[in-house]
Every structure is written in C-alpha cells, then in structure tokens.
Ligand binder design. Structure first.
Ligand code: PLP
Length: 367
C-alpha cells in the first residue's frame, strides 16, 4: 500500500486541513504559564468535594451514562442567567457548542463570518465542514465593523466579545446595531464575559437570531473539566440538540459545573482579583510606553518596546523567546500584521505577575 493511500481515501477537504494549534501545555515543572488564559486560581473547594462524592470509594456511579441533556445543569444555568431551561444547551467545553453551531449553519453556498483577529478555532471548524468563510479584518482601533457585518451576507457570524487576543469588549449598543442590520445568526462568544463590563444576555429576550456562548474554562477555573453552554431562543436550542452527541457532557463534568454555580461568592472574589491585577499591569505597561489595549478579559494584549522605544514583530518574537528561556510562557501571533508586534499575556497570580514584571525589566536592560 502506498504511503499516501489514506490521504486519497479521505475527503479532499479533510486531507488538506490544518488542525487548530492549542497553546503549549508543558508537562515538566517550573513553568509560569501565561499562555492559554486559564484561571490562575483553583476552582471553588465545593467542586473537588462534589467530584469525590460522585465518584465515591468505588466509582460506582461511573457505570451509568450521564444525563443525556444535562437537565439539572441546564436548570441551574438558566436560573443563574434569569432564563428558562429550554434556552440552554450544555456542551463539552464551549468549543463543542461552536462546533454544533457550525454543523447547523455552515455551508459552502453562504459564508460563515468572523473578524480577524478573533478566536482562531472558527476557521478550523469551517474548514472541517468544508464551508465558505468571510473574514472581516479589523483595523488597529479593533472597533466593530457593524456595517461590514451587515453587508457580509453571512448565514452565521461569530463575534468574540471581549475579543481574543485583544481583550477589547464590544458594547451591547454595537451588538444591537449588528442585530438590527444583519439578517443571519449572530453568535456572541462570551468566553471572557465574567471579566467584562457588559454582556449580551439581556438581548436574548428580543432577538431570535442571537446565540450567546459561555464557558466554565476561564472564570470558573474548570478548563480541564470541559463545560461550556449556549444561551438562545428555545427553537435555536432545539436545532443544536438535534446535532449534539447524545452524551456530550460527562457525569463528572456535570457534577463539577453544578458545584461551581453553587459558589458565586468564591468566584466573585477571584474574578475581582484577576480584574484588579489586569488593570494594574495595563497601566504599568502603558507607563512604559507600550501600546496596550484596555482589556475586559483575563489577558492583556501589549506591544512591547525596547529601551529605545522600538516595537516590531521581531521585537515581540525576541521577547517571547526571552520569556520562554526564563520558563515563562506567553502567546504571540506572528501570522498577521495586526497582531505580530504584540504579545498576549494571561493574567496570573500576583506572584506570577511579579516574576513576569522582573523578567521584563531585566529584558529591557538588554533589549
Ligand atoms: C473566545 C474563545 N471561545 C471559546 C474558547 C474555548 O473554550 P472551552 O474551553 O470552553 O472550549 C476559548 C478558549 O480559549 C476562547 O478563547
């Protein structure tokens, strides 16, 4: 059998696909990991207690399939947002929800839209579905191109708000302007909404074509457990449920998420800490003369300058590598001129950020 025989059996568009590249997840010790926007603090202690309780001493409950619709969790999430359980669909992370939306609405005949920059998984999902896409490039202001979205004729448009990797949040007024002028499905991917000033949930009451996507991976410190959800009109949720895997959320994931929602006080505490640390470092780096977007997320997008005040893609790469050599992981996005001279730095604990700051100061002395 020839080496390329599997390639020729695969669907032509699959054979050409490039998989999504997640941020590095080192397995050895000693890293300061500020590259994948995870929560720097642990989840509520109620989560581990609930998981241990569910497993018991013998793991007896694991014999059984989980609740196929995640029904109790849908009810909890609905109550949390002041919605009805029919307006909630739970996924294996919000990536699962994004995938369900693509399965339901993405075709080759009509484009799937998103902005650039935004979450880089969208084009990968469109590629898997062999769909067409419309990419709207933002400019350095990173403002929302409302008119261009309306004119895009996209069947479905994915908006990340607060945006990644910039952290810039789009206001409800802007999102409503889009909803009034654009005829397709608008997905507002609110992975980072807990750290933002505003979110689009209250617009759901008025717009059938709006889907708000959330995750427990960031503010709830549960990236490892994989829970995300969609909030939308019951008719939209009905569509997603038709294309969803029947047992898409594990028993343990449902239990962990329930326990997290049961501890709002704990989460308010860590969210406030992250916001406080974030705003402090945005000001620090601005004071150095580094162009830094006003972040509404748990990461900061900043354009490093050397001591002579120079910024460039090479400078960002040099600092990325310097930090890597000091076992500090951040993210840089060399593939586009809008992002290439920046680094995206997840907000860590106060200690992690102090270590980062000292390392940046040391770099500045030589750069
Ligand atoms: C904008 C955005 N949406 C969705 C996700 C995926 O989150 P989850 O862990 O829920 O799949 C991420 C993860 O980084 C993200 O940045």
């Amino acid at each position: 059998m020839k080496d390329d025989s599997l390639q020729s059996l695969a669907l032509a568009h699959v054979a050409k696909l490039h998989a999504y590249t997640p941020g590095l997840q080192p397995t050895d010790q000693g890293w300061t990991k500020l590259n994948t926007n995870e929560c720097p603090y642990p989840p509520s202690p109620k989560v581990a207690a609930a998981l241990l309780d569910e497993i018991g001493s013998k793991g007896e409950s694991l014999r059984r399939y989980p609740n196929p619709q995640s029904t109790p969790l849908r009810e909890t999430i609905a109550a949390h947002h002041g919605l009805r359980a029919e307006q909630v669909c739970v996924g294996n992370g919000s990536d699962d929800i994004l995938n369900l939306l693509i399965r339901s609405f993405c075709t080759q005949a009509e484009a799937t839209g998103f902005t650039l920059p935004s979450y880089s998984l969208y084009p990968v999902l469109v590629g898997i579905q062999n769909g067409a896409s419309t990419v709207l490039e933002l400019d350095r202001s990173m403002r929302l191109p409302v008119k261009k979205i309306a004119e895009s004729n996209a069947r479905i448009f994915f908006l990340t708000s607060p945006n990644a990797p910039t952290g810039v949040g789009f206001s409800n007024d802007e999102i409503e302007e889009v909803l009034q002028s654009y005829a397709g499905v608008l997905v507002v991917d609110e992975a980072y909404a807990a750290f933002a000033k505003e979110n689009a949930v209250k617009l759901l009451a008025r717009y059938l074509r709006l889907v708000v996507v959330r995750t427990l991976s960031k503010a709830y410190a549960l990236a490892g457990i994989r829970v995300g959800y969609a909030l939308a009109h019951p008719e939209m949720i009905g569509l997603l449920d038709r294309v969803r895997d029947s047992y898409n959320v594990s028993r343990l994931s449902q239990v962990a998420a329930q326990a997290a929602f049961d501890d709002p006080h704990y989460y308010m505490g860590i969210i406030n800490k992250v916001r406080h640390t974030r705003d402090h470092y945005v000001s620090e780096w601005e004071n150095w003369g580094w162009f830094t977007y006003r972040s509404q997320a748990n990461f900061i997008f900043t354009e490093p300058r050397n001591a002579a005040g120079e910024a460039s893609a090479e400078m960002a790469k040099a600092l990325y590598e310097y930090l890597l050599n000091h076992k500090i992981l951040v993210r840089y996005f060399p593939s586009h001129a809008l992002t290439a001279s920046f680094l995206r730095i997840s907000v860590g604990t106060e200690e992690e950020m102090l270590l980062l700051q000292e390392t940046l100061e040391a770099w500045l002395k030589h750069a």
